[in-house]
Design a protein around this ligand. Structure first.
Ligand code: IMP
Length: 193
């Protein structure tokens, strides 16, 4: 079984990605590797941040690893919150405050189209690879559902009438931005390694 460091301490993300990877790979978290500090994410792009995190781990531990960065890109807001999705409303990761601010900024706005975009940066045997996953959808006018995290209670994927937060983890994984990016990563790892 191959070991891969996943640059996260987010339990939701870890279980989502481990479910998609199946048992061919075992994910090792940052804590399990002894990395407890916050890894810098100072790039203006998702690609830059994912690479920055993966390179940080590779330089420190020299192990195969991957990092992801995700943004919610809302058309009527010119792509915001985008790379700032985690800290949209406050400096912390306050999901509720972020959702309330998004609703406020979209008050009276007709075009509620948006997309989630995930970029994964993989470093394997010292080489860098990028994988992208996108899911299109719309921002609801109020929050629904208790599953998932972040903007899930507001995001209705295209072709659905419920939010990500009203779906099971499996149903979300099957169509989500991260699910699609991880599927590309998994396919690459299975074919290429
Ligand atoms: P990260 O780069 O994966 O940490 O994501 C940045 C921010 O985007 C998170 O703090 C969440 O607010 C939001 N986000 C990322 N993935 C999801 C998701 O699957 N559902 C809802 N919000 C998400």
């Amino acid at each position: 079984m191959k070991k891969l460091i996943f640059a996260t301490n987010n339990a939701h993300k870890l279980s989502e990605v481990q479910a998609l990877l199946g048992d061919a790979f075992t994910l090792v978290t940052l804590k399990q590797c002894g990395i407890t500090e916050d890894i810098p994410e100072t790039s203006p792009t998702l690609e830059g941040n994912a690479l920055q995190k993966a390179r940080y781990i590779y330089e420190k531990l020299g192990c195969d690893c991957f990092a992801d960065d995700t943004g919610l890109e809302v058309t009527a807001l010119g792509g915001a919150p985008g790379v700032h999705s985690a800290r949209y409303a406050t400096d912390g990761h306050d999901f509720e405050a972020n959702n309330l601010l998004l609703l406020k900024n979209l008050e009276g706005v007709a075009d509620r189209s948006a997309r989630f975009r995930t970029v994964i940066a993989l470093i394997l045997d010292g080489k860098e690879y990028l994988f992208e996953g996108i899911v299109e959808g719309t921002i609801a006018t109020s929050q629904s559902g208790t599953e998932g995290f972040g903007y899930d209670p507001l995001f209705v994927p295209s072709g659905e009438i419920i939010t990500f937060a009203q779906m099971s983890a499996d149903a979300k994984n099957a169509i989500s931005h991260r699910g699609r990016a991880v599927a590309k990563l998994v396919n690459f790892l299975k074919v290429g390694s």
